[in-house]
Design a protein around this ligand. Structure first.
Ligand code: FE2
Ligand code: FE2
Length: 360
């Protein structure tokens, strides 16, 4: 593959070739540099397939023994923080299960053979991600039982916007593809929700902040290695989706409107999954060390830039991307106001507002 891609920066090559044990030391920001590089190189489905063969990993090779000890130790003095982490783990676990269950219609209805071959590898990846979380919950978090039992217990803990996208929009879009596998527009809509919104916006945002915190804390090496391997898998998935939609727009320019309509339709729910107004924070920014504070404005910006950067490559106009950002800001603001109404306390963003006022 080396001849195909003349100038791969060292940092990208390190992510590309990292073994599972090496993943323990990879920074998520470097995985995102890798992802951006793939985006620029316009990797084809077969390029991505070839990477999959080399980047395969096994959940059975992960060692959670240090994770167990560290997770239990957090009960003393870090319980609020532990609750926050467990919420993030739960959303990912339920999310991985939902995407595992809904991908097969998109595989079956793929418009060409290379896309079907790539999507078959993604189906295996998503199953592996579900198993990864199931092992982690059983062995570290201490919620045992089969996958379905665990999920039945955890599903009650997921937030409102999450249900709208994962239980309704994603299921409806992929069901439409299953019923009409020759309807290319339905497939494009499915890929928009699956690869652009759920993976390219939501998963990338969650991964960045979750792995960033664990790296700062220097804990949970088994989870960190496995979840960074998950993130590299997502790098292939997201780039497949961007290229598939770009090609759809070239073949049938009207389909770009379908992408745009779909994004604008689900954007508010997506922002509410990230902002999660119905979930009261177990620990405030003042109560954690400065390097572990998560700035809601940073999260908002990262999520919207993640999405619009890819919409541009797909072929949507600058004006559309500006509109996505403008509406996104309004949706986040509304969610933050809802948080204060629902819980009768200030949203953590106020803490960051005061920092800005104090220094500026
Ligand atoms: Fe996944
Ligand atoms: Fe994925």
């Amino acid at each position: 593959m080396a001849g195909m891609t003349p100038e791969m920066p060292d940092v990208v090559a390190r992510v590309e070739d990292a073994t599972l044990p090496e993943m323990r030391h990879v920074d998520i920001d470097d995985v995102y540099l890798h992802m951006d590089w793939l985006l620029r190189s316009r990797a084809t489905p077969m390029d991505l397939y070839n990477r999959w063969e080399k980047q395969n990993w096994s959940t059975q090779d992960l060692d959670f023994s240090e994770d167990v000890v560290q997770w239990q130790a957090m009960q003393d003095g870090f319980e609020g923080f532990r609750v926050e982490l467990q919420r993030s783990f739960t959303l990912f676990f339920v999310g991985e299960q939902a995407v595992t269950d809904t991908l097969s219609p998109l595989v079956h209805a793929a418009p060409d053979e290379p896309s079907r071959i790539f999507l078959s590898t993604q189906l295996v990846d998503e199953a592996r991600h579900s198993v990864f979380f199931s092992r982690f919950f059983a062995e570290v978090v201490g919620i045992p039982g089969g996958l379905s039992e665990v999920l039945a217990r955890l599903r009650d803990h997921v937030v409102g916007g999450f249900r709208t996208i994962f239980d309704r929009d994603l299921v409806e879009a992929t069901e439409a593809v299953r019923r009409k596998p020759h309807d290319y527009g339905a497939w494009v809509e499915g890929v928009t929700i699956y690869h652009l919104i759920i993976e390219g916006m939501l998963a990338l945002t969650g991964q960045k902040f979750l792995l960033g915190i664990l790296r700062e804390m220097g804990i949970m090496p088994g989870f960190y290695a496995g979840f960074t391997a998950v993130a590299r898998d997502e790098s292939r998935h997201v780039n497949f989706g961007v290229r598939a939609l770009m090609e759809a727009g070239i073949r049938e320019p009207a389909l770009l409107e379908r992408v745009e309509d779909t994004v604008l339709r689900v954007l508010e729910s997506a922002c509410r999954i990230v902002a999660a107004p119905d979930r009261r924070f177990a620990v405030g920014p003042e109560e954690v060390p400065p390097n572990l504070r998560v700035d809601p404005y940073g999260v908002r910006n990262f999520s919207l830039v993640s999405l619009t950067k890819r919409l541009r490559v797909v072929g949507l106009s600058e004006a559309t991307c500006d509109e996505v950002i403008r509406r996104g800001y309004a949706y986040y603001n509304r969610a933050w106001e809802d948080y204060e109404d629902l819980h009768g306390e200030e949203h953590p963003r106020r803490y960051f507002d005061r920092l800005t006022t104090a220094t500026g």
